[in-house]
Write a protein that binds this ligand. Sequence first.
Ligand SMILES: Cc1cc2nc3c(=O)[nH]c(=O)nc-3n(C[C@H](O)[C@H](O)[C@H](O)COP(=O)(O)OP(=O)(O)OC[C@H]3O[C@@H](n4cnc5c(N)ncnc54)[C@H](O)[C@@H]3O)c2cc1C
Length: 556
Amino acid sequence: MSERPIPDDEAFNQSPPFVDVNLFTSDIALREAVRREGAAWAYQDLTAFGALAGSAASLELGRLANEHPPELESFDPQGRRIDRVEFHPAYHQLMEISTAQGLHCSTWEHLAASVSPKPGAHVARCAGSYMAAQMEAGHCCPITMTHAAVASLRHAPDLAQDLLPKIFARAYDPSTVPIEEKAAITLGMGMTERQGGTDVRANTTRAETLDGAGPGKVYAITGHKWFLSSPMSDAFLVLAQAKGGLSCFFLPRLTSDGSLNGLKLQRLKDKLGNRSNASAEVEFDRAQGVLVGEEGRGIPTIIDMVTLTRLDCAVSSAGLMRQAIARAIQHARHRSVFQKRLIDQPLMAQVLADMALDVEAATALAFRLTRAFDDDSEGDAAYRRLMTPVTKYWVCKAAPALAYEAMECLGGNGYVEDGGFPRLYREVPVNGIWEGSGNVMCLDVLRVIEREPETLSKVIVQFGAVASAEPRLKQAVTRIEALAQDVGRDQSVARALVELLALAAAAALLARYAPRHVSDAFLATRLGGSWRNTYGAGLASANTSAIVDRAAPQLS
Ligand SMILES: Cc1cc2nc3c(=O)[nH]c(=O)nc-3n(C[C@H](O)[C@H](O)[C@H](O)COP(=O)(O)OP(=O)(O)OC[C@H]3O[C@@H](n4cnc5c(N)ncnc54)[C@H](O)[C@@H]3O)c2cc1C
């Protein structure tokens, strides 16, 4: 006798797909951070974007853009070099979604009207970026770079005046035509060379004058870049050695007659994740670039762009952490094991709550840092300077471990490609590596403390009254101050110092703004001195179900 085939609808005890979830309204910590840090005015817009970014249709675009990664087309059928990268249509649609939201430009739009920046503009934009990363992280690279490049372009006011209207267009134009013929453009950056990405002073790419030296002048650039992401951008800010030293140039991909501007895309990187985004190795053969800022001031000029990309790395990693915990909780809510839902199994509740604490911390840190970019007070300037590397370091390092643990919460389904979790897992390490890897962030923190020791006290004072009232936080601050005494003598203190600064800043934020059950558990486990090595230890006395309830996606 033949067995009855299992009908499709008998796949019981499986969690539903995590789609059509509003990434804004479902996320309590995000909503609170946006309000607290000054962008409550953007709620309506973020609610609409949250629905779009979390929709099944948008997530499907993300899947397609990664399943069909970009391909390099070096030659046309007749053998002429074209150096083009072909993307799946889904990638272009994702770019359309994020540019329509203004994620590549919204914080700069006041420049067009010559008015003051809108308070909370960075916070509103970063809330969008946090959700866009959850929709699909790879396309966020050109979005981030375009947004950040404006900061460096301000060193070339005439050039900026021509370009800004094309950057401000809330549109996406992937056509291969000169910038002059475009209504909307995207920008990339080229710093890293074969022999070094951190030590850009070792760049060998040369810039020779063509019509005289100085800001706004055109130079011929010859050399290479080992990583040039989004190589179909309309132009790049690149570093090259001029007579006066390492300098920053604006280098269009095409000349104004539409021919290639001496750029040869050698190959595309075969990357662990971030596969929808193309990252190329490129050679420059007398490519023409305009000097931005002064000769020899390349690093100070491009650092304005780099700083903003570091902020985005932290925000994007926090968004990916949110996606990971939301999916883990969603699964645990629906999956039963031994006649009990996973979420009600005490050990699983501990693991989920412990992860939720890191997501709370990452979100609070990322948006507090974001507000520092909206505000020009002395305190915010200090926060921006010290806490950008601290936040980038800690959030980007927390994300891979959390993504792994969250994947495990889904059991075997977490490991299987069609569930989407492997893509999330492969994506997260990149934010720690690019735009300043872990040690580089730590060395930056040491540099700040050594050169401007008052910056540290200006940040610590912002921890507020809780820093003296709460003994564990008080102890952490004492330890930070002690470690800071050693920075000039001993680099080995750097990681301990940076991690403690991140934890103390997060604890101060949570103690002030999060429910007691969250901040108490965070303080007890992160600053309480208890032994812990993986998620799910040390929370015996915590209200784990309340912590998990708050982190659970709030579905309408
Ligand atoms: C997917 C992807 C896309 C990228 N896109 C771009 C792009 O568009 N444009 C661009 O310019 N670059 C890009 N990069 C390059 C990236 O920014 C560099 O890889 C990064 O800056 C590190 O440089 P590196 O690879 O040369 O490593 P190295 O500089 O050799 O560093 C290697 C390791 O040494 C550590 N280290 C460095 N100095 C010290 C020190 N003094 N003490 C202790 N440790 C130290 C670093 O933290 C790092 O962990 C991209 C990278 C990736 C992975």
